[in-house]
Ligand binder design. Structure first.
Ligand SMILES: Nc1nc2c(ncn2[C@@H]2O[C@H](COP(=O)(O)OP(=O)(O)OP(=O)(O)O)[C@@H](O)[C@H]2O)c(=O)[nH]1
Ligand SMILES: [Mg+2]
Length: 317
């Protein structure tokens, strides 16, 4: 296409913008839960935009992390892991993940190379056959496996689905990530950037703050509690002395869970609060006074308002 046609076609093109030839687009990361999607998005964005834990089902709704590489703005859509849903919240999470895939320009399937196709990865490959955007296979956690096993895994996955490219990376060490970014910057369509240059996420600060606390809860508490809880930021008050006062509520479903969240003599909630406050003051670059409350809200998992708050569609029935 000639320069002249290019300007006429998009209607808004200016010679200056065309000369810069920016690229932009949406890349959805999908994969089984715990594959390392959020770790990778944070690595590629270069900042924490999505929470990470060793537990499954950490991410609950789509988080957009925005990276700039060369002349491209790449909007990564971190999605909840795909697994066999049981509860209503599970169903909403899985629906949101597939919905994210359908909205993207490119799909990146992330597989934990150590787990391979065991568990949900095989069913996801099957589901990908109905998704028509170009797909890239990313084998993650290569720091944990032998090269020959990686090759076998790449081959099996490529036999099941047509991938444009295969990358072998480690989201924690960063190995292979530069090549992946180079590739994405090159293949994303030409066009103006979607977000201001300094924006790295679409998550409002209040919500990221709630997510950070939920991450600490995931890391600290065991049993079913992390899955039955939900965090909301209720108050955010900037103070004259440059600090901020944040009040958050951890909702649980039963009284017995409230006891676990508080811990003996309040030690669990204290540890969660300290860890969250520390990270929040680093992110916000200001002193944080964090107040956490634990409240029982029976059946919050059936309350449409809570789903809306999390950015999820409420599945009826
Ligand atoms: N060794 C190793 N561990 C990794 C790597 N990438 C991620 N992890 C770990 O894998 C675990 C899960 O990472 P997450 O980023 O939360 O995974 P996820 O796919 O977002 O999980 P869900 O949100 O639950 O779907 C964490 O303990 C990470 O530290 C990697 O390249 N190597
Ligand atoms: Mg995640």
């Amino acid at each position: 296409m000639s320069e002249e046609q290019n300007i006429a076609d998009d209607g808004v093109g200016t010679p200056a913008a065309d000369a810069a030839k920016t690229h932009s687009g949406f890349v959805a990361l999908i994969g089984a839960t715990n594959a390392g999607k959020s770790t990778l998005v944070n690595r590629l964005v270069g900042a924490k935009v999505s929470i990470v834990s060793h537990k499954v089902q950490t991410t609950r709704a789509i988080v957009r992390g925005i990276a700039i590489h060369k002349n491209a703005q790449i909007v990564f859509m971190d999605t909840p892991g795909i697994f066999k849903p049981r509860r209503r919240l599970d169903r909403a999470m899985v629906t949101s993940a597939w919905g994210g895939a359908k909205d993207a320009d490119f799909i990146m399937l992330l597989i934990d190379s150590e787990r391979g196709l065991r568990g949900d990865a095989e069913a996801i490959l099957e589901g990908l056959k109905d998704v028509h955007q170009p797909k890239i296979l990313v084998l993650n956690k290569i720091d944990r496996v032998k090269p020959e096993d990686l090759l076998k895994l790449a081959q099996t996955a490529n036999e099941a689905v047509k991938f444009e490219r295969t990358f072998m990376i480690s989201a924690t060490t960063g190995s292979g990530c530069e090549d992946l970014m180079d590739h994405l910057a090159e293949v994303l369509p030409e066009g103006p950037w979607y977000y201001p240059e300094d924006q790295i996420s679409d998550l409002p600060m209040r919500q990221l703050a709630a997510e950070i606390t939920r991450e600490k809860l995931f890391l600290r508490l065991h049993q079913e509690l992390p899955y039955s809880s939900h965090v909301e930021t209720e108050k955010w008050e900037e103070r004259k002395d440059g600090s901020v006062r944040i009040e958050q509520v951890i909702y649980v479903e039963r009284d017995s869970q409230k006891k676990i969240a508080l811990g003996k003599g309040g030690e669990a909630i204290k540890a969660i609060s300290t860890a969250s406050r520390k990270e929040l003051s680093e992110i916000l670059e200001q002193p944080v006074h964090l107040f956490l409350f634990v409240k029982v809200r029976e059946n919050w998992g059936d309350d449409p308002e809570r789903f809306r708050e999390m950015g999820l569609e409420f599945p009826r029935g």
